[in-house]
Design a protein around this ligand. Structure first.
Ligand SMILES: *[C@@H]1O[C@H](CO)[C@@H](O)[C@H](O)[C@H]1NC(C)=O
Ligand SMILES: *[C@@H]1O[C@H](CO)[C@@H](O)[C@H](O)[C@H]1NC(C)=O
Ligand SMILES: *[C@@H]1O[C@H](CO)[C@@H](O)[C@H](O)[C@H]1NC(C)=O
Ligand SMILES: *[C@@H]1O[C@H](CO)[C@@H](O)[C@H](O)[C@H]1NC(C)=O
Ligand SMILES: *[C@@H]1O[C@H](CO)[C@@H](O)[C@H](O)[C@H]1NC(C)=O
Length: 345
């Protein structure tokens, strides 16, 4: 240290001893103001801390006097935010928040099927009160649904007076002769409206024509409508190919139009065949011909291996193809062994 430095330092110390020390600018305290705020205070000067609006003081003195030492006494004062009433629970909804302290904002949302009756967010004010009334989640309601033309209600139960709530359903049915297009059930949505209504349209079917070699019955009415029925039958030796009863479909045609199929005359005079798993004599079982659709298995011989196997034949609308491997013996050739008596391959 130089001698000049020493001189300056000692003159400074002399001054302090005589006049007392000044206090510096007081420490900043979060959320508080100091009055008066200066950069230097003479000993004996007074300062007062006060908390900002929305904050309350806790745990310490607010008033200080600059002492002769020039050092502010330790300050234990704290300014803490005001806390608004608990608002963390919203029935049928949820609250988003960090804390309920000034100056925070909290927000609300309702579960699906509920709507906010009230504000979507509130702020904790300087007074420690919420800025607005807290909202509630009210159930979404659907007014009674309109009934589509030519339809009537099938099921209608209300959950809430005359109204329905989210997920309630209402069912419709069409008046006779009308067919439904769309879903017969509508549901109250979370928007408070109903899912798409079905439509009922009048559906006519043409009179079904009589099948060849058969007949058809249907109601004696000027016109045939959706769900009307017709029944079919065949004259003897003919067989119906399809269901006996058919229905007028919503597309305006019959669910099916069966036809009558001819039975088969057999060219084979005599044979043992398999019919429904049983050995039968063809000439006896099918004396009156074979009905359309029926199947038999003929026995054939494998000459090399000296054994027998079967081949199937089916009567299709008057025609049956006898398997080529089948050999009919003349009734005179009594010494020949029939294929049906040879051991199976
Ligand atoms: C919505 O809130 C207001 C005010 O709190 C109340 O009068 C009203 O009944 C509520 N509506 C429903 C549907 O909850
Ligand atoms: C339902 O509606 C009927 C007729 O509109 C009315 O008389 C009745 O008071 C209503 N009921 C409720 C609970 O709102
Ligand atoms: C009709 O709607 C109900 C509920 O709205 C739904 O469960 C059902 O799957 C729908 N049916 C058809 C055929 O779309
Ligand atoms: C119901 O309301 C919602 C929202 O307003 C809309 O998007 C939807 O198309 C409506 N549904 C029907 C079937 O009208
Ligand atoms: C009925 O008509 C519809 C549309 O014309 C057609 O797709 C359907 O195959 C018809 N059904 C019968 C059983 O003919």
């Amino acid at each position: 240290m130089t001698s000049l430095g020493l001189i300056l330092l000692s003159s400074f110390l002399c001054h302090v001893v005589i006049a007392g020390r000044t206090c510096p600018k007081p420490d900043d305290l979060p959320f508080a103001v100091v009055v008066p705020l200066k950069s230097v205070y003479e000993p004996g000067e007074q300062i007062v801390y006060s908390c900002l609006p929305g904050y309350v003081s806790r745990g310490g003195m607010r008033r200080f006097i600059c002492p002769l030492s020039g050092m502010w006494p330790p300050n234990t004062l704290r300014c803490q935010p005001r806390v608004c009433p608990f608002a963390g629970i919203l029935e049928n909804g949820a609250v988003r928040y960090t804390t309920f302290e000034y100056p925070n904002t909290i927000s609300f949302a309702c579960n699906t099927g509920f709507y906010l009756n009230g504000t979507s967010s509130v702020k904790c004010t300087e007074e420690g009160k919420w800025s607005q009334a807290l909202p509630v989640c009210a159930p979404v309601k659907c007014p009674p649904p309109p009934v589509p033309k030519f339809a009537k209600l099938r099921v209608y139960e209300t959950s809430s007076g005359n109204n329905s709530i989210y997920r309630d359903t209402v069912g419709f049915e069409c008046l006779p002769n009308y067919a439904m297009f769309g879903n017969d059930t509508v549901t109250c949505t979370a928007h408070g409206n109903w899912t798409e209504l079905p439509e009922c349209r009048e559906v006519k079917c043409p009179f079904p024509s009589r099948p060849e070699n058969g007949f058809v019955n249907y109601p004696a009415k000027p016109a045939l409508y959706y769900k009307d029925k017709a029944t079919f039958g065949c004259h003897d030796t003919y067989v119906l190919d399809g269901l006996e009863e058919v229905e007028c479909s919503k597309l305006g045609n019959w669910s099916a139009l069966p036809s009558c199929k001819a039975s088969c005359k057999l060219s084979v005079k005599k044979a043992t065949v398999l019919y429904k798993g049983e050995r039968v004599k063809l000439q006896e079982q099918f004396k009156n011909g074979m009905l359309h659709g029926e199947k038999v298995s003929f026995f054939c011989k494998n000459k090399e291996k000296k054994c027998s196997y079967t081949e199937e034949a089916q009567c299709i609308d008057g025609t049956i193809e006898i398997p080529k491997c089948f050999k009919e013996h003349s009734s005179l050739a009594f010494w020949k062994t029939d294929a049906s008596d040879v051991k199976p391959c």
